[in-house]
Design a protein around this ligand. Structure first.
Ligand code: FAD
Length: 317
C-alpha cells in the first residue's frame, strides 16, 4: 500500500472529455498546503480529461481510473471510487470544488469514512483552519478541524485558476479494488442549449430579474449580453416566473459567480441573490426603485426603466 500522508487528492469534475473550470481553482487551493497534489480523473473513456489535468500547474500526479460504471459519474459509484482510492493511497485530504457534483458526493463520502466535511471554503487560513460563509454570506465562519484526514470543498470563485503548462506530469492509470454496488440509475438528461458563455467562466454577466415582467421581454437581457459577449443570469423570481431556464439562476440556491462585470437589470437585490454575485469586481444595477437593496452593493447604479436604458446601452455599444 502506498502511503501519501502528506498530499491532497483532488476530485475532478469532468464530462469524460473536458475538465470543469473549477478543477483549476481546486488545484490553486491545494497549492496552499505546499504538498503533492494528485488529481483523480474517474469516468469512462476519460483519457483526454486526464491529459488536461496533467497540464495544470501545480499538479504532481494524475490518477486515471476508467470504468464503464462511472460513465455518468453517479454519486453512489463515485463515492465508492473515492472510498477505494482513499483506502489504497491514504491521502491527507480530498478536495473538490463546490458544485452540484461534489455536493452529491463529498457528504456521502463523509458518511462512509466517518469524517465531517468542511464545505464551501472561501479562504484557507492554515492546514486546519478555514473560512466559509453562512447565512447567505452574511456571516463568515472560521472553522478549525482536529481531524487528521479532511474532506474539503472550495468555492471556485474565491480562488484563482491555475494556468496550464506545456510539460505534463505523470498520469498513472490505476485499478481500484472495489465491488461496485450501484443503487442509482441514470435515466436521461435534457440539456438546455445555451450559446452564451458559461456562468462560471464568463467575464461579464447580464442578469435579468422579475423587473423584466414577462418571458417575451427576456430578449432584452439576451441582446445586451450578446453585444457584450456576456453570460446571461437570472434571479430566482425570473426563473420561477418562467422567463428563462433554471440553470441561469444566480444566488444562494443557484450559481455563485464573480465576473469582472455584473449588470443586474430589474433585480431587487434580495440577500439570497446577493449571496451569489457580491464578489463580482464591478456591479452595475438598473432599477426603477431608488431604495432597491441592489444599489447597496452596486458600484454604478442607474435609477430608471430598464426597457429604456438597456436598448439605449445596446445602441451605444
Ligand atoms: P423582485 O424582488 O420582485 O424585484 C424586481 C425588481 O425589479 C424590483 O426591485 C423593481 O423595482 C424592479 N423593476 C420593476 N420594473 C422595472 C423596470 N421597468 N426597470 C427597472 N427595474 C424594474 N433569489 C435569487 O435570485 N437567487 C437565489 O438563489 C435565491 N435563493 C433563495 C433561497 C431561499 C431559501 C429563499 C427563501 C429565497 C431565495 N431567493 C433567491 C429569492 C429571493 O428572496 C427573491 O425573492 C428574489 O431574488 C427576487 O428576485 P427579483 O429581484 O428578480 O424580483
Amino acid at each position: 500500500m502506498l502511503k501519501r500522508a502528506f498530499s491532497s487528492l483532488i476530485l475532478a469534475e469532468h464530462n469524460n472529455t473536458k475538465l470543469a473550470g473549477s478543477v483549476y481553482s481546486a488545484v490553486n487551493a491545494a497549492d496552499y498546503f505546499n504538498e503533492e497534489t494528485t488529481v483523480l480523473v474517474a469516468g469512462e473513456n476519460c483519457s483526454s480529461a486526464a491529459q488536461e489535468a496533467s497540464k495544470i500547474k501545480g499538479v504532481t500526479k494524475v490518477l486515471h481510473y476508467d470504468n464503464p460504471v462511472l460513465k455518468d459519474h453517479m454519486a453512489d459509484v463515485m463515492t465508492q471510487t473515492l472510498q477505494a482510492a482513499q483506502s489504497q493511497y491514504r491521502y491527507k485530504r480530498i478536495i473538490g470544488a463546490t458544485s452540484q457534483f461534489s455536493r452529491d458526493i463529498i457528504p456521502r463520502l463523509g458518511g462512509v469514512l466517518n469524517v465531517q466535511p468542511i464545505t464551501d471554503i472561501t479562504r484557507i487560513m492554515n492546514e486546519k483552519c478555514f473560512k466559509r460563509p453562512g447565512y447567505a454570506g452574511n456571516a463568515i465562519y472560521t472553522v478549525t478541524t482536529h481531524q487528521n484526514f479532511n474532506l474539503l470543498t472550495i468555492r471556485a470563485t474565491s480562488f484563482d485558476r491555475n494556468p496550464s503548462i506545456k510539460n505534463p506530469c505523470t498520469i498513472e492509470r490505476i485499478d481500484l479494488n472495489v465491488q461496485f454496488r450501484p443503487v442509482m440509475t441514470w435515466v436521461s438528461q435534457n440539456l438546455e442549449v445555451n450559446e452564451r458563455p458559461e456562468l462560471g467562466t464568463a467575464k461579464i454577466i447580464v442578469t435579468g430579474g422579475r423587473g423584466l415582467k414577462s418571458k417575451e421581454n427576456w430578449h432584452v437581457v439576451e441582446e445586451l449580453a450578446a453585444k457584450l459577449g456576456a453570460g446571461v443570469g437570472a434571479s430566482r423570481a425570473a426563473v420561477d416566473a418562467g422567463f428563462c431556464s433554471n440553470d441561469l439562476q444566480i444566488g444562494q440556491t443557484g450559481k455563485i459567480v464573480a465576473p469582472s462585470l455584473y449588470i443586474a437589470c430589474g433585480v431587487s437585490g434580495a440577500i439570497q441573490h446577493i449571496a451569489g454575485m457580491k464578489d463580482s469586481k464591478v456591479i452595475v444595477a438598473i432599477n426603477t426603485d431608488p431604495e432597491a437593496p441592489i444599489f447597496s452593493v452596486a458600484d454604478y447604479g442607474l435609477v430608471g426603466d430598464l426597457f429604456k436604458a438597456v436598448p439605449e446601452m445596446i445602441q451605444k455599444l
